[in-house]
Design a protein around this ligand. Structure first.
Ligand SMILES: [Zn+2]
Length: 300
């Protein structure tokens, strides 16, 4: 039996286990006129069964739609499976491009280039990260058809409208969904109670950028909503969105301040004791360090 809990009127938290290095992912089922799932989990049988079981318990016969906060495999992976059952899949337009590029394999070449040119990662370490990527790719599938979300768009979910806010940072097109009437925020990986999501890396015009500067801008957007409750994609729902935004901002400024750049991002990121770090861990550290360095540069 999956763990399911009503966390607001007609909103049910479904915690699912995923075969990657996170404890679990939160999916949210919203009952009402338009039965909705927020985030889909990995494309694995246990997740799909958990959603079906959750629907049964809540009394949802057919899933009308899935709103995807961002394209990462633990959030968008199973969307295609629900699409096959008739659900409409909503995803931010920028994230759809990244998702496409990942499934099709284009993103792997880009990662290699960035790891070499931006971060100075040696070749043998890159192949370890690519292996992690290959494994992740098996946990996701692209739906035949998606509806692209534009920032500011309102989407009926359950019996209420959710407004989509572009909250770039962790990914370039990450979306957060806000029920303005009840002041409930579905924050995806944008706002998490127990961690700061790693900043993404992407191309903006001719430039490669860290998502961290955008993340700080998004934090201001989220804070200004003054949500009563936020429903994160990992961890438990929380009531202190404003305080959490401030905390994260302070922590980030502190991290940037104390960071001493080495000759390359790679040397900074791998300089944690003598042990060889797991490629998945190295991957995360590279993103954080790269973000800190870009913020430092921006501050001058
Ligand atoms: Zn996540």
């Amino acid at each position: 039996m999956p763990e399911i809990k009503e966390v607001a009127k007609n909103v049910y938290l479904l915690k699912v286990q995923v075969p990657i290095n996170v404890d679990s992912v939160n999916l949210y089922l919203i009952d009402g006129e338009v039965p909705t799932l927020i985030d889909a989990g990995t494309n694995t049988p246990n997740v799909i069964e958990a959603v079906h079981e959750g629907m049964k318990q809540v009394g949802i016969k057919r899933l009308e739609q899935v709103l995807v906060t961002h394209w990462h495999v633990d959030h968008a992976g199973a969307a295609a499976s629900f699409a096959k059952e008739g659900a409409q899949i909503f995803v931010g337009s920028r994230d759809y491009l990244e998702w496409f590029s990942f499934i099709q394999g284009h993103a792997f070449g880009k990662l290699k280039d960035w790891a070499t040119q931006e971060w100075g990662v040696p070749k043998n370490e890159i192949s370890g990260m690519i292996k992690v990527f290959e494994y992740f790719r098996m946990l996701s599938a692209l739906p035949d058809e998606v509806s692209l979300i534009e920032p500011g768009q309102s989407i009926m979910a359950g019996d209420n409208f959710l407004r989509a806010f572009l909250t770039a940072g962790h990914t370039a097109g990450h979306m957060s969904f806000y029920n303005e009437q009840d002041r409930l925020l579905f924050s995806g990986d944008m706002l998490l109670p127990d961690e700061i999501p790693y900043p993404g890396i992407w191309q903006e015009g001719n430039q490669v950028v860290s998502g961290l500067p955008s993340y700080l801008d998004s934090l201001a957007v989220i804070e200004a909503l003054q949500a009563q409750t936020y429903f994160p994609a990992h961890g438990a729902p929380q009531e202190n969105s404003v305080k959490r935004c401030q905390e994260i901002r302070e922590q980030l400024h502190h991290q940037v301040e104390k960071h001493q750049p080495a000759e390359s991002v790679y040397l900074s990121a791998s300089n944690f004791g003598n042990q060889k770090i797991h490629p998945g861990v190295l991957f995360l550290k590279l993103h954080y360090v790269y973000g800190w360095e870009q913020l430092k540069k921006r501050a001058g």
